[in-house]
Design a protein around this ligand. Structure first.
Ligand code: 5AD
Ligand code: SF4
Length: 445
C-alpha cells in the first residue's frame, strides 16, 4: 500500500544531536512526499512528532515535560501524538504507561515506514522498535532541509564502543555504514543545489567502512572533498581512539575540509578513562592532538567533558583541568555524570555527591571561559570567512553564522546574506562568540 497523508498537517519537535535534526528532516521529507504538509505549531497540526534524546537524564526529563504540555491538545481535538528517537527506542512500551497521550512509538530503524504506518487505519497503540541491520537509504530528494546553506549528510549510524556511561548503543544500535556511492551522490546533489557546507554525520565517523569496498573514512573524505562546489566539509563525531594519522593528513591536505575537529575527551585522567572504557590514555589523546596541531597549527579543537563519573577523585579532576589548559579548546560541552539505563556504569554506585559534581562543573566551566575569552580577544582585528546561517534573534541587520573553526560569529550587514559566505571583520567578543561587521557588505564567495 502506498502512503497517503493528503490534507494532514504535521509538526515535529526535535531534541538532541545533529543526527536527530537530520532524522527529523528525513521524516518531514517522507511525510511531505506522502501528501502531508508542515504545520508551524503543534496546535495547528494533526500529527505531532517528538524526536527524543536519551543521552543524559536531563535530556530525557525534558521530553516528559514537553509531552505533558501536549496533553491538553490531545484532549481538545483528535490529534495523533508519536514519539521517535532514542527515548522511544530505549523505553519502548514503558512510555505508553508513563504518558497515555502517546499514540505511537517508532525507533530510528523504522522511519522509512512512518508514512505508510500513519496511513493505515489502526485500533489502539503502535510500537515499532525492533532492530534492523540494513542501512535504509533516504536520499536528498526526500529530505526537507531546514537550511539552504549547510546540509547534513549521514554516513553511518550506531556505535560498537560501549563507553560505560553511554546509552547510545542502546538507542541507535550497532554500527551500520552508508554505501559510499550514496554519500557521493547526495553531496553532488547538494553541490548542484548551491550548498556551501556539508556536515558528515555519524556516532563514530572515524570507524566508517564502505560496505561494498571496505574503503575507510580517510578514503571517503578524499572522495567527497574532490566534489566541486562544496566549500566547507565538516564531520562529527570523532572518537579519539579511531582518529588515524591518515585522517589527519587528509584534513591538512584538502583546503575544503574545515580545520575544525570535535574530539570528545570526557576525562583527562587515564584511570577514569579506563573505567569509562574509552580505549585511550591521557597521553595518547595528547599525542593525537600533537599530531593534529603539528600538521595544522591553526586547527580549532572542541571537546566534551563529563565530571563526577563514579570514583573520580580531586586528583583525577585536576588532570582534566590541566589538559584544558594545555590544549586550549575553542569550545567545550560539559556535563555532570548521570547514570543511564542498560549501561555498564549504571551497575556501579553513582558515588560522587551532587554538590561535588556541581562544584567541579563550575570550576571547569570557569577555567574554559577564561581560555576562550583570551583566545577570542586575540582574534579582534582579524577577518574571517563566515557562513551566515540566519538573522539574529534581535533582527535589525544583525546576522549570525559560523567561521571555519565552528565559532559563533554575530555580525551586522547592510543586506540579507543568509546562507552565503561573507568576510567578517572581528571587532569584539565574549567567551562564547565573536562580533563583527561585513566588509562593505561584500560577499566573500
Ligand atoms: N552522563 C553525563 N554526560 C553524558 N554524556 C554521554 N552520556 C552521559 C552521561 N551518562 C555526554 C558525553 C558525550 C555527550 C554527547 O554527552 O560527554 O560526549
Ligand atoms: Fe541523544 Fe545520542 Fe540519541 Fe543523539 S544519538 S539523540 S545524542 S541519545
Amino acid at each position: 500500500m502506498s502512503a497517503n497523508l493528503k490534507g494532514l498537517r504535521f509538526f515535529i519537535k526535535t531534541f538532541g544531536c545533529q543526527m536527530n535534526e537530520n532524522d527529523s528532516e528525513h521524516v518531514a521529507g517522507l511525510l511531505v512526499e506522502a501528501g502531508a504538509s508542515k504545520a508551524l505549531s503543534a496546535e495547528e497540526s494533526d500529527i505531532i512528532l517528538v524526536n527524543t534524546c536519551a543521552v543524559r537524564k536531563k535530556s530525557e526529563e525534558k521530553i516528559y515535560s514537553f509531552l505533558g504540555r501536549l496533553s491538553p491538545l490531545k484532549k481538545d481535538g483528535g490529534k495523533v501524538i508519536g514519539v521517535l528517537g532514542c527515548v522511544a527506542q530505549i523505553r519502548r512500551e514503558e512510555l505508553f504507561k508513563k504518558r497515555p497521550e502517546i499514540d505511537f512509538i517508532v525507533g530510528p530503524d523504522h522511519y522509512h515506514e512512518l508514512a505508510s504506518l500513519l496511513s493505515r487505519k489502526r485500533e489502539g497503540k503502535l510500537l515499532k522498535t525492533s532492530w534492523n541491520r540494513a542501512w535504509h537509504e533516504i536520499g536528498s530528494a526526500q529530505t526537507l532541509r531546514e537550511s539552504r546553506g549547510s546540509a547534513y549528510v549521514p554516513i553511518m549510524e550506531g556505535c560498537n564502543n560501549f563507553c560505560a556511561y553511554c546509552v547510545v548503543p542502546f538507542g541507535r544500535g550497532r554500527e551500520k555504514c552508508r554505501p559510499m556511492d550514496s554519500v557521493r551522490e547526495e553531496v553532488l546533489d547538494l553541490a548542484a543545489n548551491g550548498y556551501g557546507e556539508i556536515q558528515l554525520l555519524g556516532q563514530n565517523v572515524n570507524s566508517y567502512r564502505d560496505p561494498g569496498t571496505g574503503e575507510d573514512f580517510a578514503g571517503l573524505l578524499r572522495v567527497v572533498s574532490r566534489i566541486e562546489g562544496i566549500e566547507w566539509i565538516r564531520f562529527i563525531t570523532s572518537h579519539p581512539k579511531d582518529l588515524s594519522p591518515a585522517i589527519a593528513r587528509t584534513m591538512s591536505d584538502r583546503p575544503n575540509i574545515c580545520r575544525h575537529l570535535h574530539l570528545p575527551l570526557q576525562s583527562g585522567s587515564t584511570a577514569v578513562l579506563a573505567r569509562m572504557n574509552r580505549g585511550y590514555t591521557r597521553e595518547e589523546y595528547l599525542e593525537k592532538v600533537g599530531l593534529l596541531k603539528g600538521l595544522m597549527p591553526d586547527i580549532a579543537l572542541s571537546t566534551d567533558i563529563i565530571v563526577g563519573f563514579p570514583g573520580e577523585t580531586d586528583a583525577d579532576f585536576e588532570e582534566t583541568l590541566d589538559i584544558l589548559k594545555k590544549i586550549e579548546f575553542v569550545n567545550m560541552f560539559s556535563f555532570r555524570y548521570s547514570p543511564r539505563p542498560q549501561t555498564a556504569a549504571a551497575g556501579i554506585e553513582d558515588d560522587i555527591p551532587l554538590e561535588v559534581k556541581r562544584k567541579r562543573l563550575i570550576v571547569l566551566q570557569d577555567a574554559q571561559k577564561e581560555i576562550q575569552l583570551a583566545r577570542n580577544r586575540a582574534l579582534i582585528g582579524k577577518t574571517f570567512k563566515v557562513l551566515c546561517l540566519g538573522e539574529s534573534k534581535k533582527g535589525g541587520g544583525r546576522y549570525s553564522g559560523r567561521n571555519e573553526g565552528f565559532q559563533v560569529v554575530n555580525f551586522s550587514s547592510p543586506r540579507n546574506v543568509r546562507d552565503r559566505f561573507v568576510d567578517v571583520l572581528i571587532t569584539g567578543c565574549g567567551p562564547y562568540s565573536l562580533h563583527g561587521e561585513t566588509l562593505n557588505g561584500k560577499t566573500a564567495a
